[in-house]
Design a protein around this ligand. Sequence first.
Ligand SMILES: Nc1ncnc2c1ncn2[C@@H]1O[C@H](COP(=O)(O)OP(=O)(O)OP(=O)(O)O)[C@@H](O)[C@H]1O
Ligand SMILES: [Mg+2]
Length: 586
Amino acid sequence: MKNDITYLGSIIRVDSETIEVEVSNDIPSAAPIINGRLYKIGQIGTFVKIPIGNIIIYGIVSSVSNTPSKLNENIRYDIGSRYLTVQLVGEKIGDSEFEKGIGTYPTINDEVHLVIEKDLYDIYGNKDEGSIEIGKHSSSENLSVYANLHKLVLRHSAILGSTGSGKSNTTVSILKAILNDYEGSRVILVDPHGEYSTAFPHAKVFKIKDDTNPLFIPFWLMTFDELAYFLVGAKPSDDQRPEHRLFRELITKFKKENFKLNDGDIDQNFIAADSPIPFNIRKIWDEMNWWLNATFSRPNKDDQTRETAKLLQESDFENLIGAKFEPYTMGASEPYKSKHQDFYNYEKKLLSRIKDSRYDFLFNPGDYKDIDSNKDLSNLLNEWIGSENKLAILDLSNVPFEVLDITIGLITRFVYDSMFWGRSETYTGKNRCLLLAFEEAHTYLNKNENNCYSKEAVEKIFKEGRKFGLGALVISQRPSEISETILAQVGTFIALRLTNSGDQSVVKKSAPDNLNSLINLLPALRTGEAIIVGEAIKIPSRVRIALNNPRPTSSDPELVEGWSRKHPYNIENYKTVIKRIREQKF
Ligand SMILES: Nc1ncnc2c1ncn2[C@@H]1O[C@H](COP(=O)(O)OP(=O)(O)OP(=O)(O)O)[C@@H](O)[C@H]1O
Ligand SMILES: [Mg+2]
């Protein structure tokens, strides 16, 4: 064996999963050519193998030195000797497949050999059933690297990398591989910058104010606390205030009245302020407005009822026009001013919220607006995840920043609930799993923010989603800002170039395989090159991901080109921009 051209040296130290190898002085070349390929000895991140009988143990070179890590004063070291530290990663017994983890440990003086291309094919094998191709191995452009789809999706994964490192392109590669290979696959992609529709011409893209597929997130999916916060700025601690209590009662009453629903009647006893039951928010405003402005034939609050009101004209709540009453007189004669002034603050705030067209996708949600509208939540689910289109892109680029968090929170919670309560149905839950992908995750899954609706909902998927067939993929350029609960549950890391040391150490800490040697390569990776570690991959690998066409629209602006030209002045120029700011529509 020592005469083999692949012979590298022998083991001088074994320390659980790490071994130290003394490279032999006799090896013919520091860069042997084997089967026409050049192999460089002692390259960090490359594989070595240790054959022991019919077992082959594989390891990854993590450091190279000209002195051993633990010096022994009694030994004279040959100058020029090289010492490799190698992390053991897995083994192959006889003709069986390569497996992660070490069952048999090597010992002092065992031979260590270079891994040549044929060995790599032995490790990576052919495409198994239930896997997708992620890319090609960095050291061999013909060698495909596959990921186990079940683990990639249901044990959750993360695509991390500095800006411009190729995250969006990697996302497209992975989703395309899933959608092309698996006819019944289902994916929802949360796309805050609206960059993915160009890359997936066959996907169903939902977007605010879109003519074909408008995005609606009905406000009545919110719990009472969420609704109270977004409509009138109230906090749960306002619970003691009379207007808050009345507001809760009013919403509960409206929801209870609407128990006859398209998706089936609901037992009224089960309906509470938090139940996702449609009701007309304009009627709530109308109710508040009516009692505030009404005049009555009686002065006492208790006698001021609908019957004693001095009504001149009914309201038109759909158009937010309040009812008209006889004007009250100043003296002690009728009509009397209303004593029902509890909603004085809430009414104005509510009105300005529902009038603001930027929030129409929430508070004026088209066919989901009210009990009389023809669509219910089953239609929403059917549109998102029930149709022939395997991929639904939720383009949130027009969602105002201040409601982005609650919007993603509502989407995530609703999808989670549908998987939880549908877990045993043939067409969803465990029988038809779903992948939810979150782009720009650091903006709304931030570990430093308390009270994040989206973070709470997404963390639940990471903790429990697997049991109901719901997997998640987070994509982010700032892993150090992402919730630790989420990172701790990520099974597979696809780490592209990461320059920030804080971000690198998060990957180092969270990555399931203890392979710092590979993670140390992160700042030096080329665009589109990734280190993949974790459950879905047979062996931690450095992978090149193909550049997709068509691409997401995330390419950089043409700075030099734009600044090199002269731009003519035109007084009309910014009118379109201002119109778009006002209408929030392209
Ligand atoms: N696999 C690849 N091979 C070659 N070039 C690539 C590859 N992936 C990405 N690129 C190039 O890098 C550019 C940026 O890629 P991409 O938009 O995927 O990066 P990103 O990490 O998502 O960036 P951002 O953080 O800005 O969203 C692309 O426009 C493309 O030109
Ligand atoms: Mg991107």
